[in-house]
Design a protein around this ligand. Structure first.
Ligand SMILES: Nc1ncnc2c1ncn2[C@@H]1O[C@H](COP(=O)(O)OP(=O)(O)OP(=O)(O)O)[C@@H](O)[C@H]1O
Ligand SMILES: [Mg+2]
Length: 355
């Protein structure tokens, strides 16, 4: 979501910054000729700075801790010795509304006004206080027989201003803000021409996205996420949060203790019901089948999750690596593979800034 459309030149290096619930991730990437280099990366967990997460939210309300977030960003940049100041931030799914609708045939130059005119029917925000962005999903602008289908992304101006403030306090030059679903579609789907269901499971929320030939067509957000799994283990075993987190990450669904895996299945199954519904509705309304399911977000690494999704959805399941197209030092190969699900948003927004 560019709010500086007149900037003509892309910089050579770009930072992608994802202020997640439990941690802030930053990547620095550069582009040359036909390739990309991962220059640097860094992460800081909110638990190391403060008891509260960097951002807290219930649906509809949103609080970003400007002071702590900007301080944490500065600390990562310093620690990783990152000099680049051009940055793009991701906006969380909780503060983003996605809707797709059809427009009659029109020229490309008329679409923005038409989106603004039609959006109030679909978006539960006051349009005068909302920043709108759109992408063409199908149709040909300028062809008077072609209806156009657009995906519209709406974010409250207040949220945009909060990110502008964080960037300013951290001494960064903010190039753009982008919804995280668009970012993961870019970093993980690349030029894959299939229809993919891309699921991002973080700490506090899960997004289920449909990406058709690289274009995000639909995005849904759910409350289920990794912290619920940790809380459930913690209360069932009467263990502290950190210990429960360790059990979850090391053993997960493959735990030999049946009560642990049973608790996890119980929480994951309702998400699977929702995913099945989204997949079958897509195939009914569009007449096309979803071919692959991609998992990302830290919880994608839950032991046994990939296999369980495969069994439940009867689809090919992958945990794609957002760093796979980048040049980086070979000693990083294993750790980047492990980090990839947590960094896919930051990598995606940074890639968008390098044209
Ligand atoms: N190996 C693992 N097994 C299970 N869960 C894991 C593993 N590694 C990380 N996680 C979980 O992933 C979550 C962190 O993921 P991520 O960094 O994507 O979240 P976030 O971006 O901070 O959250 P959100 O997107 O909800 O704001 C935590 O809940 C953590 O417990
Ligand atoms: Mg996240």
């Amino acid at each position: 979501m560019t709010f500086n459309p007149f900037r003509m030149f892309f910089p050579k290096k770009m930072l992608g910054i994802d202020i997640g619930t439990s941690s802030i991730k930053i990547v620095e990437i550069s582009k040359w000729g036909g390739g990309k280099t991962l220059e640097n990366y860094g992460e800081i967990k909110s638990a190391s700075l403060l008891k509260e997460p960097f951002r807290t939210y219930e649906r509809g309300s949103y609080v970003l801790s400007n002071y702590f977030a900007s301080r944490a960003i500065k600390a990562i940049l310093e620690e990783a010795k990152i000099k680049t100041r051009a940055a793009i931030f991701s906006i969380p799914d909780f503060s983003t509304f996605f809707v797709s609708f059809e427009l009659p045939p029109m020229a490309e130059s008329e679409i923005s006004d038409a989106v603004r005119f039609n959006a109030p029917q679909y978006i539960p925000l006051s349009i005068s206080e909302t920043t709108l962005d759109w992408r063409l999903i199908s149709g040909t602008p300028g062809n008077n027989r072609s209806n156009l289908k657009v995906l519209v992304v709406a974010v409250a101006n207040q949220v945009v201003q909060e990110y502008q403030r964080v960037a300013q306090m951290a001494g960064l030059e903010l190039y753009a803000l982008e919804a995280e679903a668009l970012a993961v579609a870019r970093s993980l789907v690349k030029d894959n021409k299939k229809i993919i269901c891309l699921i991002d499971i973080g700490v506090q929320s899960t997004t289920v996205n449909i990406v058709n030939k690289g274009i995000l067509e639909k995005s849904f957000s759910f409350d289920f996420a990794g912290n619920q799994l940790t809380y459930a283990i913690s209360s069932a075993l009467d263990k502290g949060y950190n210990e429960a987190e360790e059990i979850k990450c090391k053993k997960g669904l493959l735990s030999k203790e049946k009560n642990i895996s049973d608790i996890l299945y119980l929480l994951i199954d309702p998400l699977l019901v929702q995913i099945k519904k989204i997949i079958s509705e897509f195939s009914q309304t569009e007449g096309k089948e979803i071919e692959d399911v991609y998992l990302t977000g830290g919880t994608a690494n839950l032991p046994g999750l990939k296999e369980y999704f495969k069994e439940a959805l009867k689809k090919n399941i992958e945990v794609p690596n957002c760093f796979s197209d980048f040049l980086y030092s070979p000693i990083l190969t294993e750790s980047l593979k492990d980090m990839s699900p947590r960094y896919s948003v930051a990598v995606g927004v940074a890639m968008g800034g390098l044209g």
